[in-house]
Design a protein around this ligand. Structure first.
Ligand SMILES: C[S@@+](CC[C@H](N)C(=O)[O-])C[C@H]1O[C@@H](n2cnc3c(N)ncnc32)[C@H](O)[C@@H]1O
Length: 310
């Protein structure tokens, strides 16, 4: 399967994360053990991995508090209520509805989408959201509205905690609507525990040999936007590797996603760490047909891996 396609048997997150694993689930999940009791998605982001994993108990952790608040709202609210409130907000802000009309109706086209039509409405919504103080259902519903109508369905806040992405090309179309419904259905069934901890503070004492901790951190050598605002540093990388070593020493299992090489750079910290351990490195096959791999030659290769200690 090409990396640009998502296997339709998976549940895909309605939140789009840079480094999200939706496109490589078919290469990661086969390396997960069977009969997992506790599954910890330590850097859950859009939860693409946890939502497609079978376990007895699920733990979603991420240090982005607004993300965890949003996921908790998804779990808490009745899905019909959520859809009704989203539709009411679409009407209130007078956003486009391409589920009812084509792009032309809104002066757009499939390339540009409806960004021009929605821009001012989006800025009003963004101001309203950034002015909210109480973290209640309405706050998180407004946040999800921003994700629907914002750039690439992503979440991003500036250093003052204000949502700062621009308008996107799409609206609350049927594809996104169906994704949201399917995702929430699984989330409710999983009934996960949520936490907004820095990974260093995530407890280990409740884990058993049948547990799995999956770590999908920002990548030190690729994730430019995380590394803005003092995002993911070499010290974070070292601390995570120490955290994983500690799991191993306790007889607990982990799986780590990362890249060893990317665009002529290498993650020396990770490579040196691997050289002194007996962990297993599984290559995650990338499809280069959509990239400039052939043009730039092998220095531009990206080597993406899943590292396991079992
Ligand atoms: C690559 S994304 C995870 C994507 C996810 N696996 C998916 O498929 O949607 C990395 C996540 O790590 C979170 N993160 C960054 N630093 C963290 C830290 N110190 N502790 C916990 N989470 C952190 C970010 O907020 C982000 O959501």
């Amino acid at each position: 399967m090409r990396r640009s396609e998502i296997n339709s048997t998976y549940t895909v997150s309605p939140l789009n994360y840079i480094g999200g694993k939706a496109r490589i689930l078919d290469q990661i999940l086969p390396f997960f053990p069977e009969n997992i009791d506790n599954f910890v998605d330590l850097f859950c982001g859009g939860c693409n991995v946890g939502i497609n994993t079978t376990a007895q108990t699920y733990y979603y952790n991420d240090n982005q508090a607004e993300l965890i608040g949003l996921l908790m709202m998804f779990k808490r609210l009745n899905v019909k209520t959520l859809l009704r409130r989203l539709d009411q907000l679409v009407d209130y802000y007078e956003f486009s509805k391409t589920k009812d009309h084509d792009f032309k109706f809104y002066g757009g086209n499939p390339m540009k989408g409806v960004s021009v039509y929605n821009r001012q409405k989006f800025l009003r919504l963004r101001d309203d959201f950034n002015a909210t103080i109480v973290r209640n259902n309405q706050h998180y519903i407004l946040l999800y509205m921003l994700i629907i109508f914002g750039f690439n369905n992503q979440i991003r806040f500036n250093s003052e905690g204000k949502y700062n992405l621009p308008v996107g090309k799409r609206d609350f179309n049927n594809v996104l609507r169906d994704k949201l419904i399917a995702f929430i259905e699984v989330l409710k069934r999983q009934d996960p525990h949520f936490s907004r901890l820095d990974f260093r503070r995530f407890p280990k004492d409740f884990l058993t040999p049948n547990s799995l901790v999956y770590a999908d951190p920002p990548y030190l050598i690729t994730d430019a936007t995380y590394n803005e605002n003092n995002g993911w540093t070499a010290q974070d990388e070292l601390d995570l590797l120490a955290y994983l070593d500690d799991l191993s020493e306790r007889g607990l299992r982990f799986a780590l996603s990362n890249v060893l090489y990317h665009k002529g750079e290498q993650n020396s910290i990770l490579i040196n760490w691997l050289a002194n351990r007996h962990y297993h490195v599984h290559n995650v096959d990338m499809d280069y047909s959509n990239s400039n791999y052939q043009v730039e030659g092998k220095n531009s290769r990206t080597v993406e891996v899943l590292i396991t200690n079992y």
